[in-house]
Structure formats: C-alpha cells, structure tokens
Design a protein. Structure first.
Length: 192
C-alpha cells in the first residue's frame, strides 16, 4: 500500500515538473516587481498589517513607560501631580502592551476568514475602549497640570504645557488615523 502511494506521489511530482516546464518561461526572464519583492523578503522588510499594528502598540506602550520619567523634575514640588501622571502612564502602558501581546498571538494563517474578520472587529473594539479610557484619564490630568503650571510655576511653563498638550493631541490623532487605515485595509482584504 505504501509503495503504491509513493509511486502515485512521485508520478504527481513528475507531472507537476512537466507542466511547469511546459510554460516555457526563460530562466533569466524579467518579471516586474518580483525582484523587488524577493529582495524585500531576503532583507526581512516584508511586514504584514498585523505586524505593523503590533509594533505600533508596542511603541506606544514603551512611550507611555518613558512618559513616567518626564514627571521626575516635578516630584519634589508637586507630588500629587506626579502620582496621578505616573498612574496614567502605567495604565496606558498596560493597555497598549496587553493589546500588542494580544495582536502578536493572532495567527491569521491558521484562522478561517470569518474568525480572522471577527478578530479584526475585536481589535477595533479594544482599541476604541483603550482610547475612551485614555481620554477619560487624560482630560483631568491635563486640566490639573494646566492649573498647577498656571499658579505654581513660571508662565512660560504653562505655555509649554498647553503647547505640549496640543502637539500630543495632534500626534495622537495622526497615529490613530494610521491605525484606523490599517484596520480598514485588513477588513477589506479579508472581505474580498
């Protein structure tokens, strides 16, 4: 029985070789974009959308961890602001890093299309929940920081705080738009 299967398998391989050779593609033929793709695969520059979302949330989690250190100069003069900001940064780091680890565990190659699409929707919902938590915690922190800097420090620091808040909001909107575009692209790829 095993010998018969081996013979059939070897015949199938021989048939495949004959069919492939019958296409008549010259060995040095230039196929557009194939060389570029081969070079990207060899240099490990090919990334999936899942990997890009994973790296995005990993970077955001690490940035939140680094945000804790920005509060060190204010620890002596205003410990409550430092405590609240540290709690905020820790919560944001945990949210982003847990989301990154969840995305890293997804294996779309082993999922059905429906399961993969459901995981993309779950990812989108988790991102929305994290965004709501982040905004809910950030608004009181920003108000408290503005109040503290307005009455306890140099007015230049107040303008720096407001400028930092505006810049941070703009960067956050850009990052969110980028992530939304990646999720939209994932959904369109899975829907087709």
């Amino acid at each position: 029985m095993k010998i018969k299967k081996r013979i059939e398998l070897s015949m199938n391989i021989e048939e495949l070789k004959q069919n492939w050779n019958s296409f008549g593609i010259p060995s040095g033929a230039h196929i557009p974009d194939v060389r570029e793709l081969e070079n990207r695969v060899v240099s490990h520059r090919v990334t999936t959308l899942r990997n890009r979302i994973y790296k995005l949330h990993l970077r955001l989690g690490l940035a939140a961890c680094l945000g804790i250190f920005t509060m060190i100069p204010f620890a002596k003069e205003n410990p409550w602001m430092v405590v609240y900001a540290t709690v905020f940064f820790i919560i944001m780091a945990v949210l982003h890093l847990s989301l990154a680890m969840w995305v890293d565990k997804l294996d779309y190659s082993r999922m059905t299309v429906q399961a993969a699409l459901e995981s993309v929707y779950r990812l989108e919902n988790r991102r929305k929940q994290n965004r709501i938590i982040g905004c809910t915690l950030a608004l009181p922190l920003i108000c408290y920081m503005i109040y503290t800097f307005a009455f306890g420090y140099d007015p230049a620091l107040l303008f720096g705080c407001i400028g930092g808040g505006v810049l941070g909001a703009a960067i956050g909107l850009i990052i969110n738009h980028k992530a939304e575009m990646m999720l939209r692209e994932m959904k369109s790829e899975l829907s087709n």
